[in-house]
Design a protein. Structure first.
Length: 401
């Protein structure tokens, strides 16, 4: 679309603005009490799990009720959310970055009716449509990616495992009984469009087999230079091949590609560019569990998540192994960490060796960083790992996978 000047004035950027070009001004969506006290908030407190109160310099108050929302919402659910906002909040609401829905009111008298309305709405199976919680020293809502529903490169589903884990840890979302806040995320492949690289606990979909090459159709469906260029490890190169046609039975020469399996990192970038290089595999696909990451710089600097379970198979529809392992980690953290201590800070204080023992996780030497990824950025500033009594003392005794 060609740019059409409307006499834009840098001193008055909103004057004569054409509102259907770009996003509307965010201030149009602020509740009046927030707009009137913008930038003048003094303090806030959590009245109970999921309910916050913010106090302004003027004495005005805003009460927020946070409810967990699903990543993929139906039009019917969105309409119901808007109906609630119209009924109690003058039509105002907001979504958080972790898929929570926050309803805001300007009076404490409006909190209890709104709370009762939210708690009364349930699914046909009896679960809450709008569970209240996700604040303070509790588990926040799990952010995740598209999974099998929309994405074309996932190694696992997203909504399914997240639903199972949330069912298992639901009381941690409703209460604030953990040492500190706990953030859990899921990304369904290594491209990580979810926030799993810096989460307390992260679930990452992982392919373990290189792409299959559909030699007969690849030249018709794909731009081969794009498929080659898409590989971040240069594991793909063009190659002419002789094949027997599935349609005609004749032998013919076709333009195709060859994959260096030793260099493949199973990221799925090639399949993104070329549908004749499928990567999904029921046996090879599964999840990796990571732990210890955070974005906050309170107490300690931000940290990347570390791999603590190298592979968990896909077990739909309930993913029992995955949920059990995460339950073990959360229970150990809840029992042993100090107050205000995030999961990664607890692991570093007691040592990652003790972390594996207390969480009941099997350790393998494959989890130790090598020279290709300096340990400075992950476990510690050396590749040394102090094996405790529960680990084999001799390297030769360790199981090589």
């Amino acid at each position: 679309m060609a740019f059409v000047s409307s006499g834009y004035d840098p001193e008055n950027p909103m004057q004569d603005r054409i509102t259907d070009i770009g996003n509307r001004y965010y201030g149009d969506f602020l509740p009046p009490v927030i707009k009137e006290n913008f930038g003048q908030w003094q303090w806030h407190e959590i009245l109970e799990p999921g309910i916050l109160m913010h106090k302004a310099e003027s004495g005005a108050e805003v009460y927020t009720i946070r409810v967990g929302g699903c990543r993929l919402m139906s039009a019917e659910l969105l309409r119901e959310i808007l109906d609630i906002a119209d009924k109690h909040c003058d039509g105002y609401l907001r979504f958080t970055t972790r898929n929570n829905v926050e309803f805001m009111v300007d009076s404490k008298d409006k909190v209890e009716p709104l709370k009762q309305d939210l708690m009364s709405r349930k699914m046909e199976g009896g679960s809450y449509k709008f569970p209240i919680g996700g604040t303070g020293a509790g588990m926040t809502n799990i952010i995740h990616t598209q999974g099998w529903i929309h994405c074309h490169t996932p190694a696992t589903d997203a909504s399914g495992p997240v639903k199972c884990v949330l069912d298992e840890l639901f009381e941690e979302f409703q209460n604030m009984q953990l040492p500190a806040q706990l953030r859990i995320s899921l990304a369904c492949c290594l491209n990580m469009c979810g926030a799993v690289h810096c989460s307390d606990i992260a679930m990452l979909g992982y392919h373990r087999k290189p792409p299959i090459i559909d030699d007969e159709w690849i030249d018709s469906l794909c731009e081969l230079p794009l498929a080659v260029a898409a590989c971040p490890t240069a594991a793909i190169k063009p190659k002419k091949k002789e094949i027997v046609s599935e349609r005609t039975g004749e032998t013919k020469e076709v333009k195709s590609v060859e994959v260096n399996n030793d260099r493949c990192m199973y990221c799925g970038n090639c399949y993104t560019m070329c549908p004749s290089l499928p990567l999904a595999d029921a046996e090879g696909d599964g999840l990796v569990i990571m732990a210890g990451g955070k974005v906050s710089n309170r107490i300690s600097e931000p940290k990347f998540s570390k791999v603590v379970v190298a592979f968990v198979p896909n077990e739909p529809p309930r993913w029992p192994t995955l949920t059990n392992v995460i339950r073990q980690i959360v229970d150990a953290y809840k029992k042993n960490a100090d107050k205000y201590e995030r999961l990664g800070e607890w692991a570093e204080r007691i040592g990652w060796e003790q972390f594996f023992e207390k969480c009941g996780l099997d350790f393998t030497h494959h989890l130790i960083d090598d020279f290709r990824d300096p340990a400075y950025y992950t476990w510690r500033q050396t590749t040394n790992f102090k094996f405790t009594d529960s680990f084999p003392t001799e390297y030769s005794q360790m199981k090589v996978e």
